[in-house]
Design a protein around this ligand. Structure first.
Ligand SMILES: Cc1cc2nc3c(=O)[nH]c(=O)nc-3n(C[C@H](O)[C@H](O)[C@H](O)COP(=O)(O)OP(=O)(O)OC[C@H]3O[C@@H](n4cnc5c(N)ncnc54)[C@H](O)[C@@H]3O)c2cc1C
Length: 430
C-alpha cells in the first residue's frame, strides 16, 4: 500500500475516505488545537468544497455557499482572537488550514485569504506592533466592531490593494485617496483585480490619507473597511480569466465615498509599520498554492492507480517513466512543503535577513512549484486527464495565477532575493 493510502482514515459518519493531512500533526509538531482547526478546513474542503469547485470555476461564480459553511464552521473567525469570539489561530495554523482548503477549491482558499487577512493583520499582527496605549485601546474597540460582524453575522471582508501602478508592489503611495473630514474620510480611487467584488460586505481598502495641500506618502497609508453598499461604491468590468475564476476579481470604483472613523482596520501609521516590520504579512497568498501543489500530486497518484472516479483504470503505473515523474513530483512537493513550513513557522515581527530571504524563497517555491507539479501531472497522466470533467485541468489553470500575485510576484521575489543577498541595507556601488 502507498504512503498516501496508508494515511487515510474512514469516517463512520459519511463513509468518505478522508485524505491524510498535508502536514501530519505529529511529524510537523502541531499541537492538538492546531490539528483540530486545520482538520476542520480539510474535512470541509474534501467533503463539501471539492464537489462545488467545478461549477464555480465553469461559471466564474463566487463561492457564496462555501462562505456560509465557513461561517458555520467558525472559520470566518479563524484568526480572530478568542476574547472576541474567534478561534484565535496563529499565523502558522491559519496558513496550513488555508493550504488544506486550497487543495480542494483554489478560489475559495484565495478569497478566504483576503477575508482572513483583514482579521490577522488587525488582530495578532497588530498586537506585535508599537502603538501608544490610548491608540491601542481605540483599536481594540474598533476591531471588536469588525469581529462581531464576522462572528455574529458572517460578514465577509475583502482586501483590494492593486491599482495597476507601482503601489501594490510597495514602490509608491496608493493612488486611492482618503481625505480627512469630520467623523471620517472621503475616499476616491480605483482598485483592480479586487477579489470578492460584489460579494464581500466590506472592502478592506488600502489608501493614502491626504489632507488638503499635502503630498502623498506611503507612511500615511490607511487600511479602511468600506461598506460595500456605501454610496459611491461600484463594481465594474467583466471577469472571464484563465484561472481562479471563482474569485470574481473585478474592478472597484470609489467616488466620494464617506467612510466613518470606526471603519479603520488599523490605526494611522500602523499599516506602514507592519509592511516594514512584519514582512510575512505578504506571504499569506501562498498557502492556496501549496494546497494546489498537493492536489496535483494527489490526483496523479490516484489517476495512475486507477482510483479517480469517472475514469477507466489506466494501467500505466508499472512504467518507469511514470514512476520517475511521480518521484519528481513528490520531491518537488516535499521541497515546497519544507521551505514553506519553515517560513510560516517563523513569521514574526522584525525577522532576520535570513528569515526574510527564506520567506521570499518560500513564496517563489509555492507559486512557481505548484504550476510545475500541475504541468508534470498533465504530461504524466495524459490526454484523458486534462478533460474539463476532471479536477486536474482546473488545478493547472488556478496554479498558473500564483506567481502573478503582488506584492510578492515570482519576478519580484527573484529581484528582492538577488538584491538583498548582495547588498546590505543602505549599501550601493556609488
Ligand atoms: C486571480 C487573481 C486574484 C487577485 N486578487 C486580488 C485581490 O483580492 N486584491 C488585490 O489587491 N489584488 C489582487 N490581484 C492582483 C494581483 O495581486 C496583481 O496586482 C495583478 O496580478 C497585477 O497585474 P498587472 O498586470 O497590473 O501587473 P503589473 O503591475 O503590470 O506587473 C506585471 C509584472 O511585472 C512585475 N512587476 C510589477 N512591479 C514591478 C516592479 N516595481 N519592479 C519589477 N517588476 C515589477 C511583476 O512580476 C508583475 O507580475 C489578483 C490577481 C489575480 C490574478
Amino acid at each position: 500500500m502507498m504512503t498516501m493510502q496508508a494515511g487515510k482514515s474512514a469516517t463512520a459518519v459519511d463513509e468518505i475516505e478522508l485524505d491524510a493531512p498535508i502536514f501530519d500533526p505529529t511529524a510537523f509538531r502541531l499541537n492538538d488545537e492546531q490539528a483540530a482547526i486545520i482538520a476542520t478546513g480539510r474535512v470541509l474542503g474534501q467533503t463539501v468544497f471539492a464537489s462545488r469547485a467545478t461549477a464555480y470555476d465553469r461559471d466564474a461564480k463566487f463561492p457564496t455557499e462555501n462562505y456560509r459553511d465557513l461561517h458555520r464552521a467558525g472559520l470566518l473567525g479563524i484568526a480572530i482572537p478568542k476574547k472576541h469570539g474567534g478561534l484565535g489561530a496563529d499565523y502558522q495554523t491559519y496558513a496550513i488550514a488555508a493550504a488544506e482548503i486550497g487543495r480542494y477549491c483554489g478560489a475559495t482558499a484565495l478569497t478566504w485569504n483576503m477575508h482572513v487577512c483583514s482579521t490577522l493583520w488587525s488582530g495578532p499582527l497588530a498586537d506585535d506592533l508599537d502603538m501608544e496605549a490610548s491608540i491601542r485601546a481605540d483599536h481594540e474597540q474598533r476591531r471588536a466592531v469588525h469581529y462581531n460582524r464576522i462572528i455574529d453575522d458572517g460578514a465577509i471582508y475583502s482586501q483590494p490593494f492593486s491599482e495597476g501602478g507601482a503601489a501594490a508592489a510597495g514602490g509608491v503611495a496608493f493612488g486611492t485617496e482618503a481625505k480627512p473630514v469630520r467623523g471620517g474620510w472621503i475616499v476616491n480611487g480605483k482598485k483592480i483585480f479586487a477579489s470578492l467584488s460584489g460579494h464581500a460586505d466590506y472592502y478592506g481598502v488600502l489608501c493614502t490619507e491626504i489632507a488638503e495641500g499635502e503630498k502623498a506618502s506611503r507612511r500615511n497609508t490607511l487600511y479602511l473597511a468600506l461598506p460595500a453598499r456605501a454610496a459611491g461604491v461600484s463594481v465594474v468590468g467583466d471577469w472571464d480569466p484563465l484561472g481562479m475564476r471563482g474569485t470574481v476579481s473585478r474592478t472597484l470604483l470609489f467616488k466620494d465615498v464617506f467612510v466613518a472613523e470606526d471603519a479603520a482596520l488599523m490605526p494611522r501609521g500602523v499599516y506602514f509599520q507592519a509592511a516594514m516590520r512584519w514582512p510575512h504579512m505578504f506571504l499569506t497568498l501562498s498557502p492556496t498554492y501549496v494546497g494546489l501543489a498537493q492536489a496535483a500530486y494527489d490526483f496523479t497518484v490516484r489517476y495512475l492507480r486507477g482510483e479517480v472516479p469517472g475514469t477507466p483504470p489506466v494501467k500505466r503505473r508499472m512504467y518507469p517513466t511514470k514512476q520517475i515523474a511521480v518521484a519528481q513530483m513528490q520531491i518537488k512537493l516535499e521541497q515546497i512543503k519544507a521551505v514553506w513550513f519553515q517560513a510560516v513557522t517563523e513569521a514574526r515581527p522584525n525577522p532576520t535577513k535570513e528569515q526574510v530571504l527564506r520567506a521570499y524563497a518560500a513564496q517563489y517555491s509555492a507559486m512557481e512549484g505548484a504550476n510545475e507539479i500541475a504541468t508534470l501531472a498533465i504530461r504524466t497522466c495524459g490526454g484523458q486527464a486534462m478533460l474539463k470533467s476532471l479536477a486536474l485541468e482546473r488545478i493547472y489553470r488556478d496554479s498558473r495565477c500564483g506567481s502573478l500575485m503582488l506584492p510578492w510576484t515570482a519576478e519580484l521575489c527573484l529581484d528582492r532575493i538577488g538584491r538583498e543577498a548582495l547588498y546590505e541595507t543602505d549599501e550601493s556601488d556609488d
